[in-house]
Design a protein around this ligand. Structure first.
Ligand code: UD1
Length: 421
């Protein structure tokens, strides 16, 4: 998919279904390395980030196959411990392979991950935590060489609740000798999902979802069967899409407790939200209120992964909104294309890590030729295209396939006019 053509301006009505979480399944795939027995993962979305992760794993000698939404992974034939720069460049989440490979083989080689479209994305917190567990890490030829004679449980306090670092430490600690305690751990639902999965394989982890996670290392893990949690970012994107276009959409397989920061925001904008079991209904019948101030933060704060989509919706609010981005320094890229559609957004850089978007609500957006830059930027631009009057052509649309399964058909099923080519 290179281009999406959207004829916007129509409200959406009907039901949408949310698949398994991308950000949960990627570290879970890495965790499969802890065992040489076969692992079965249900509700795995058909998205390109998973294809890329499985491709990288196949290069390490890992076998996998897909049967509909089920993945079957077998790591018994692993032959390599090297994650090359081609791979790290392709999919940033492959960094979590490091903790798992070190756990199982006490050695790993990882190309220095570069920055990406949303920011520099350093891994110093990962490296420092692994060093505390006895991993010797040297840097040579733009690669991190990791080896550990003995991997030891340790008391680790993260300087920031990094999701990736928390996952890497959990993975390494799962096969370390003794107990590891991570303080100031990330509390995202995907960390809990990783805990559930490793415990199903025979692990002993507790505390995920709080800021202290305790892991007791084990020497052996076994086969298991696991069902991936729903993707809270896809659910949130559909919720914001309905707020943007107007209409009434029931989003199935969406967990309210994973999206409270967003539902509070949607209520403040004046759209109706009702949550029932594992579905969320969004109705928007009148022009939205602006959001005076909101900012991205680690869970349970407002997720950086929904910030561009929120910005797209606020372009049409009845007044001025301010969003502060605290996680990634370069995450307002959608603003350029939104302005091409007629939005009024002013970006102010506060410091190397933080910037503000000041969004003055306009009466209408008008279709135009726009250009995607990354996964969540494209989600925002699709919402904007659906809000805009006339035809919007989104170029470089392929990024959306990294994290949204069949989004074109989903949007069509609720009445959106969108075509991929
Ligand atoms: C981040 C999001 C996560 C989201 C994921 C995918 C947060 C806190 N994390 O996770 O919710 O699912 O992107 O888009 O919102 N950092 C360092 N050094 C490190 C690691 C991180 O300085 O070693 C900094 C990053 O530059 C960034 C912040 O910490 O500013 C968040 O990083 P982290 O949570 O590790 O990022 P991801 O794991 O990619």
């Amino acid at each position: 998919m290179e281009t999406l053509t959207i004829n916007g301006g129509m409200p959406l009505y009907g039901e949408l279904n949310v698949g398994g979480s991308k950000n949960a399944v990627l570290p879970i795939l890495a965790a499969c390395i802890l065992t040489d027995e076969e692992v079965v993962i249900h509700n795995a979305p058909d998205i390109s980030d998973i294809d890329d992760m499985l491709y990288i794993m196949s290069d390490l000698g890992i076998k996998s196959r897909r049967e509909n939404d089920t993945l079957i992974i077998n790591c018994s034939g692993m032959t390599s411990y090297e994650i090359s720069d081609e791979h790290v460049g392709k999919i940033r989440s492959s960094v979590v392979l490091m903790g798992a490979v070190i756990a199982r083989f006490h050695t790993a080689r990882l190309a220095q991950p570069g920055g990406c479209d949303i920011g520099a994305r350093p891994i110093d917190i990962h490296l420092s935590a692994l060093r505390q567990m006895g991993v010797n890490i040297t840097y040579e030829d733009q690669c991190w060489n990791c080896s550990a004679e003995k991997l030891s449980g340790s008391n680790i306090t993260l300087p920031f609740p990094s999701v990736g670092a928390t996952e890497n430490v959990i993975l390494a600690a799962s096969m370390a000798s003794g107990q590891t305690i991570i303080r100031n751990a990330a509390k995202e639902p995907e960390i809990e999902a990783l805990q559930t999965f490793i415990n199903l394989m025979g692990g002993q982890i507790s505390g995920a979802g709080t800021d202290t996670v305790t892991i007791t290392g084990k020497s052996k893990y076994h086969a298991c069967e696991y069902t991936v949690i729903p993707d809270r970012i896809v659910a949130g994107t559909y919720m914001l899409m309905t707020c943007g276009t107007g209409g009434d959409v029931l989003i199935r397989n969406a967990l309210h407790e994973h999206n409270r920061a967003l539902t509070e925001c949607i209520s403040a904008m004046g759209a109706h939200i009702s949550a029932d079991g594992n579905s969320i209904r969004v109705r928007k019948t009148r022009r939205l209120n602006p959001i005076e101030f909101t900012q991205t933060a680690p869970f349970p704060g407002f997720p950086t992964d929904l910030q561009p989509q929120l910005m797209a919706v606020l372009t049409l609010a009845n007044g001025t909104s301010v969003i502060r981005e605290n996680i990634y320094e370069n995450r307002f890229k959608a603003a350029y294309s939104l302005c091409a559609l007629g939005a009024q957004i002013n970006i102010q850089v506060i410091d190397s890590q933080t910037s503000l978007a000041v969004i003055r609500g306009v009466d209408i957006l008008k279709g135009a030729q726009i250009y995607g830059t990354d996964l969540r930027c494209n989600a925002a631009l699709i919402i904007a295209g659906l809000q805009a009057h006339g035809t919007t052509v989104l170029h470089r649309a392929h990024f959306i396939e990294r994290g949204y399964e069949n989004i074109v058909n989903a949007i069509k099923s609720v009445g959106g006019d969108i075509t991929a080519s």
